[in-house]
Design a protein around this ligand. Structure first.
Ligand SMILES: Cc1cc2nc3c(=O)[nH]c(=O)nc-3n(C[C@H](O)[C@H](O)[C@H](O)COP(=O)(O)OP(=O)(O)OC[C@H]3O[C@@H](n4cnc5c(N)ncnc54)[C@H](O)[C@@H]3O)c2cc1C
Length: 369
């Protein structure tokens, strides 16, 4: 079977699904390939903590994060399906006096970039998160931030893309087709689809596919794990991260506390799988209970891990590659979920020849020597 479209998207994680949706919105003929019931373990969009956080990012992501923050509150309505978005704000807390000046400076820089962030201390901080440890001195607060459901959001993007005419092929591509030094399509089983562009949005699987056409991506596979406690009465509205700790903490609508922050999982490179490390469970629990002592009485009910593509500078690779016809949207380095609505729109604009400024500094060319 052979057919032709304008763009093939490889991967229907939150990034690929958002790109497909925004392309379809422009009337582009799109074909998306991924496993049938996306998202699945160990993909990042399956494992993700779902934190929606603008602050504390590399300045190259500022334009995208601000645009994404603008989209999140109305995204569910736009896509006609739930995203689980809840705007409870985000607090990045500091516990050491010497960290306060640097936090103050970061807040000033981010405010200039258009991020709605402020420094909070004392009673104001305790009102926002009454259960914080007395050791917490100050926090950067972004009231527009919050949390969403990564699996629901990914499905919502893909369903909306399909309603707009994108075709979904429920299997992974086997290979990229190359002719005259240009990627001209993909093969998947007996199916061949030709396209002007192939977008590689296969997260931690991206390097394998790129290597099959001789393109070496500067990406490592990173395994990170999550813990979920048994449910409790609502007591934490904002999401939390903490200076000097591997911690992301939030209370889900169902009452459980979701604890992450990048504690490493074990990786089986051959199987492309991960498994939970007891050592990381202990470290994660210590960080979480020291910042939010009310957690100490809770029990860990679930643990899981996921794989993400990590770039050398922690910023994604988005743009054309050295291989003509192959466009990269990968390497989101454990913080791509919040960006997804803006990345999808920007990539669709880029493929339409509009060269969006927001992507200028994410070009994969920054790693070419
Ligand atoms: C534990 C964890 C917690 C996180 N928490 C947050 C957070 O709180 N906030 C935040 O902003 N970000 C967070 N992130 C990061 C965020 O989840 C990711 O950046 C984002 O989900 C990446 O999406 P993706 O679509 O690039 O990759 P993935 O979700 O990994 O999707 C890649 C897809 O490619 C598919 N694929 C593989 N091979 C092929 C092939 N040959 N053909 C077609 N498809 C293929 C896979 O099946 C998969 O569905 C977290 C990540 C992890 C791992």
């Amino acid at each position: 079977m052979s057919r032709a479209v304008d763009v093939v998207v490889l991967g229907a994680g939150v990034i690929g699904a958002s790109i497909a949706y925004h392309l379809a919105l422009r009337g582009t003929r799109v074909a998306v390939f991924d496993a049938p019931e996306v998202p699945q373990p160990p993909s990042a969009s399956w494992a993700s903590a779902g934190g929606i956080r603008q602050q504390g990012r590399d300045s190259r992501e500022w334009a995208l994060t601000v645009e994404a923050a603008r989209r999140w509150p109305t995204l569910a309505e736009e896509l006609g399906a739930t995203t689980g978005f809840r705007q409870g704000g985000h607090l990045h807390v500091v516990e050491q006096e010497e960290d306060v000046p640097a936090l103050r400076e970061r807040v000033a820089r981010e405010r200039q970039a258009g991020i709605g962030v402020e420094l909070v201390t004392g009673p104001e901080l305790r009102t926002l998160a009454p259960g914080l440890s007395p050791a917490v001195l100050a926090a950067a607060y972004t009231p527009d931030d919050g949390q969403a459901d990564p699996r629901a959001t990914t499905r919502a993007f893909l369903s909306a893309a399909r309603r707009l005419g994108a075709s979904f092929h429920p299997w992974r591509a086997d290979a990229l087709q190359v002719e005259g030094g240009r990627v001209i399509g993909v093969t998947a089983g007996i199916e061949q689809v030709k396209a002007s562009w192939v977008v590689l949005a296969a997260g931690s699987w991206s390097s394998r596919l790129a290597a099959s056409v001789g393109l070496e991506l500067p990406l490592a596979v990173r395994g990170s794990q999550m813990l979920l406690t048994d449910p409790d009465r609502p007591s934490l509205t904002p999401t939390l991260t903490a200076q000097g700790r591997r911690l992301s903490l939030k209370q889900l609508p169902e009452g459980g506390f979701l604890i992450g922050g990048g504690w490493p999982a074990a990786i089986d490179a051959e199987l492309h799988a991960c498994s939970v490390l007891e050592e990381s469970v202990r470290g994660s629990w210590i960080d979480a209970t020291q910042v939010f002592p009310a957690l100490a009485g809770r029990r860990v009910a679930q643990r899981w891990c996921g794989l993400e593509a990590q770039s050398p500078d922690g910023v994604a690779l988005v743009g054309g590659s050295r291989m003509a016809g192959l466009y990269l949207a990968t390497g989101f380095s454990n913080h791509g979920f919040q960006l997804a609505p803006a990345v999808g729109a920007a990539v669709a604009a880029d493929l339409a020849g509009q060269a969006p400024v927001a992507l200028a500094q994410l070009s994969p060319a920054r790693f070419s020597s």
